[in-house]
Design a binder for this molecule. Structure first.
Ligand SMILES: [Mg+2]
Length: 179
C-alpha cells in the first residue's frame, strides 16, 4: 500500500495534470492559431483565440478524469486554493461535479486573474500570495503547493512553500502544454 498524499489542511493546487486531466486538443489549437505553444497567445492581442481556448477547456472540464489521489487529499483538507494557467471557468465547471470540494475552494486564481502566464516567476508569486491571503496563511512559507510541472514546484519552493509533485508528473511536451 502506498502512503496517502499529504497536502495538509490548506494547500494550493495546480489544476490540469494535478487535480484533473483535461482532454483538450492542444495540437489542433496550435495549428489553428499558428503558434508553437499556446503560451505564445500572450504575446499578441489574441482575446478571440483565448475565448476559443476557454471554450475547449470548459468542454473538457465537464468530463475530465479526476486525479483521485489529489482529489482525495483535497477532500481531507479544510480548505484549498487553485492556482492555474487555465481559465477560472474550467475549474469551476470541474468542481461542480464534486459536492464536497466546491465549498472548500476558497479562491481560484486562473489566467484571467493573473493576466498572463504563471510560468512567469513574478506573476506566479503574485498569484501565490493571493492564494495565501484567501487561505488565511500567515506567509508563503506556511503553504503547501502541489503541481505537475517542474517549473511551478521550483517557484513554490523558492517562495518557501513545501512543494509536492502531483502523482502523475508531466513527462512529455504535450503534458507540459497542459496549462
Ligand atoms: Mg498542470
Amino acid at each position: 500500500m502506498t502512503a496517502r498524499l499529504d497536502l495538509g489542511t490548506a494547500p494550493i493546487c495546480d489544476f490540469d495534470g494535478t487535480m484533473a486531466r483535461l482532454d483538450v486538443g492542444w495540437a489542433d489549437l496550435r495549428v489553428r492559431f499558428g503558434v508553437r505553444s499556446i503560451e505564445e497567445l500572450w504575446l499578441g492581442e489574441r482575446d478571440d483565440d483565448w475565448s476559443i481556448v476557454t471554450e475547449a477547456e470548459i468542454t473538457a472540464a465537464a468530463d475530465a478524469q479526476p486525479v483521485e489521489e489529489v482529489m482525495d487529499a483535497l477532500a481531507r483538507a479544510e480548505r484549498y486554493a487553485v492556482l492555474t494557467n487555465n481559465d477560472e471557468g474550467a475549474v469551476g465547471c470541474f468542481l461542480e461535479r464534486f459536492d464536497k470540494h466546491a465549498a472548500k475552494a476558497v479562491v481560484i486564481v486562473g489566467r484571467r486573474t493573473l493576466g498572463g502566464s504563471k510560468r512567469d516567476v513574478d506573476r506566479f508569486a503574485t498569484g501565490f500570495r493571493l492564494c495565501c491571503t484567501a487561505l488565511q496563511l500567515p506567509a508563503c512559507d506556511a503553504a503547501v503547493y502541489v503541481g505537475d510541472g517542474a517549473y511551478e514546484l521550483e517557484f513554490a519552493g523558492a517562495l518557501g512553500a513545501r512543494a509536492v509533485s502531483a502523482p502523475l508528473i508531466a513527462t512529455s511536451p504535450d503534458d507540459e502544454e497542459r496549462l
